[in-house]
Design a protein around this ligand. Structure first.
Ligand code: IVH
Length: 695
């Protein structure tokens, strides 16, 4: 085939694949088999490899994502993304309707489901997806275009011709229950913490650094609002219908209502029917249909007056408390968990509910045998919210909280200001030890493959490990001889252990499991102190100088390093060869030490990412947005006007590429000092121009 023919074939394949994707992911009615679809996709992929110059950035092949990591750029919304005012009561809803009817007269409302995911704004230019931005603070959000491209129900190119040359469409990225359950099953198998609900899962997935991961997570996207200056119709529903024709996924569960009764009927229907939907919803959004009426009603600072969200009551179920168990966490914290008579709640059968602590039991006066209401909040395990006192047995007795550890029998203690009881036997209480080892090996810590919860328990039971340092002194022969393990798994574990010796210091610090030292705190501590010895010898005051470290964390660190047992463990880890200090392989100078920098715009000499890498190589820190904490902004061409204005308003210094290069070139000669870069005079504040309205 000639070049020209290949080029034509590529565009034809793109169109066909778009068509079949829409059939499959939006309409749920595929016309060809997965096999046929894959064959077309492969053909296009091959052609794109041969002719990268003809490849469209919105080609269906881009849906698989890439493993390039990308920091998200903070960008300004063309039209602010407002939120909605909420109501839980039908009375308040009635007042809202009355107010609108008083102001407008007869009016059409549109009732829609309130999808429980994370908001997104998509920009289309000449029918092609050009940008996808999260809500952020409503004015600025993160540019997550590469991740959103992988969501198959988001059209990359529009159908038909009557779409405006430039417009935005807003909607919700959701994770259907099926994808959510699959993801949590995978996480459970990998020993990773479970995601609390589909909303968090959708939001977290969208912020993944690798779009390949996003592509695998099964997100979906429903659109419910258009914004632009040239929308084809004068009402919300007509534009939604047009958007459906252009290829967007628009909910079928929408109704035009003309009275309070009709609205109430819609709400009542979906309050119960939503339990049969394959995704989470948390209410109904009621909007005024006509854009002219919307304009007339206007907005408050936060939300439009022409729309309101009626939130469904959280689902709850009534069931009996059969018994209460006490779980011991890795820090020794005791958590009471109620065992319940199994009951159906929001799509799953609930058998257990958390009660948090002794105070909560006393507050709700929960007793064994009580009938209680359970609700699903943001957490994975539902919680008990109320006791149904009318069903209480006459001879029931107040619950007596345990005084001793259910695992090791030690007397429990209660620290000042903490609601939980603790088992103080850190070195002798099995779930604490196993919990600490599980924490140590997990992915975000030492990432030792092959060492899951069960294997750790096996090693413990056979006396091979007593604490985290024993992991580095395992005997290969003893390991392979363990029941259910075998040589292959043993070799895997040993390889994982060997590789973990290269894990960066900040993660080693996190892995130690010092109370309150989470991932972020560990990062701040590592970059402030640079070595474990410096942290171990620091006083509470010195520790508190690191970012985000307060007295509580500092006390916990000092306490950790006063324990003789911990010091021994640390020494054994040191001998095993773990990273105990920050490795600055890349550091070229300290010219930007302690400086926070924003890189913005396009640069003649190099890409923005390379500029950012330079900042880090010279000891600086990249920040995405301009704030008072920023030392200077390096401005390239096309730097956003809003960013510039903000920098000027805050008196943050703005320099150009040449000045920046000169700054780091002179690095070796200059000892960085705080007044080496005086801030410019602050410019007078300039109000942001109004860029359009949301219609
Ligand atoms: S309209 C200015 N419609 O709810 C109004 N929002 O609590 C723009 N949401 O940020 C939003 N379903 O993320 C609208 N059918 C729907 C919605 C919906 C869910 C979300 C959206 C918004 C939040 C406000």
């Amino acid at each position: 085939m000639s070049h020209e023919e290949d080029k034509l074939r590529m565009s034809k394949l793109g169109e066909e694949l778009d068509y079949h994707s829409h059939k499959y992911y939006v309409e749920n009615s595929p016309e060809i088999s997965d096999f046929e679809f894959d064959a077309l996709l492969r053909e296009l992929q091959e052609l794109e490899e041969r002719y990268p110059e003809y490849a469209d950035p919105n080609s269906p092949t881009k849906r698989v994502g890439s493993d390039l990591t990308s920091a998200f750029e903070s960008v300004e919304h063309r039209f602010a993304m407002q939120s909605l005012s909420n109501t839980y009561s039908s009375e308040e809803l009635g007042e809202w309707i009355d107010r609108i009817v008083r102001e407008i007269g007869e009016v059409e409302f549109v009732c829609e489901l309130k999808f429980d995911g994370t908001a997104i704004s998509l920009t289309y230019e000449n029918g092609a997806l050009s940008r996808a931005v999260t809500r952020g603070d409503g004015q600025r959000g993160d540019d997550v275009t590469n991740n959103v491209r992988t969501i198959r129900s988001v059209p990359l190119r529009l159908r038909g011709e009557d779409y405006p040359a430039l417009f935005e469409i807003r909607g919700e990225i959701i994770m259907p229950y099926a994808s959510f359950d699959r993801l949590n099953r995978e996480r459970e198998a990998a020993g990773e913490p479970l995601l609390a609900n589909p909303r968090n899962a959708a939001a977290g997935t969208l912020k993944q650094q690798s779009s390949q991961i996003v592509a695998r997570r099964g997100l979906d996207c429903t659109l419910y609002q258009l914004a632009g200056d040239n929308l084809p119709f004068a009402t919300h529903v007509e534009n939604l219908e047009a958007a459906r024709r252009w290829g967007f996924k628009i909910s079928d569960h929408t109704a035009v209502c003309r009275s309070r009764e009709e609205i109430e009927r819609f709400i009542a229907y979906w309050d119960s029917e939503r339990k049969n939907l394959p995704y989470a919803t948390d209410g109904v959004v009621i909007k005024v249909n006509s854009y002219a009426h919307q304009r007339q009603l206007g907005s408050t600072a936060k939300a439009p007056r022409w729309a309101v969200a009626y939130k469904f009551q959280a689902e709850r179920a009534l069931t009996r408390v059969l018994s209460v168990d006490f779980q011991v966490g890795r820090t020794g914290a005791i958590t009471p968990v109620a065992n319940l008579d199994p009951v159906q709640l929001a799509g799953t059968i609930v058998k257990r509910a958390s009660i948090h602590n002794a105070d909560q039991i006393a507050l709700l006066d929960i007793r064994i045998g009580d009938m209680v209401y359970v609700e699903k909040g943001g957490e994975i395990i539902p919680k008990i919210t109320e006791v149904e006192l009318s069903e209480r047995d006459e001879d029931s007795r107040p619950f007596e909280y345990i005084t001793h550890c259910p695992e090791c029998g030690s007397e429990l203690v209660r620290y000042e200001g903490e609601a939980k009881h603790y088992c103080p036997n850190a070195s002798g209480c099995k779930p604490q030890i196993i919990g600490r080892i599980e924490h140590f090996v997990k992915r975000k810590a030492m990432d030792i493959e092959g060492l899951g919860g069960e294997t750790i328990e096996l090693l413990w039971e056979n006396g091979l490990i007593r604490n985290i340092s024993d992991i580095y002194y395992l005997d290969p022969v003893q390991l392979a001889a363990l029941p259910r393990l075998g040589e292959k798994s043993a070799a895997n574990i040993l390889e994982g252990v060997r590789l973990s010796k290269e894990v960066a210091f900040e993660r080693v610090l996190f892995a130690l499991g010092i109370r309150f030292v989470g991932e972020t705190t560990a990062k701040y501590l590592a970059s402030h102190f640079r070595t474990l010895d410096a942290i171990a010898h620091a006083t509470v005051e010195e520790l508190s100088e690191a970012e985000e470290v307060g007295k509580k964390i500092a006390d916990a660190i000092v306490e950790y390093f006063t324990s003789e047992e911990n010091l021994q463990i640390v020494e054994r880890l040191r001998s095993a060869g773990l990273q105990f200090e920050v490795k600055d392989k890349m550091r070229e100078s300290n010219a930007l030490e302690g400086k926070s920098v924003v890189i913005s715009g396009k640069f003649a000499g190099m890409s923005r990412d390379d500029m950012k890498a330079l900042v880090e190589k010279h000891g600086g820190r990249n920040l995405a947005a301009v704030s008072a904490n920023v030392d200077f902004v390096v401005a390239g061409d096309n730097m956003g006007p809003a960013k510039r204005q903000k920098a000027e308003k805050l008196g943050v210094r703005i320099i150009d590429e040449n000045e920046f290069m000169a700054m780091i070139a002179a690095a070796d000669k200059i000892e960085s000092s705080d007044d080496a870069q005086p801030k410019e005079e602050a410019h007078p504040a300039v109000d942001k121009p109004i860029q359009g309205t949301l219609f």
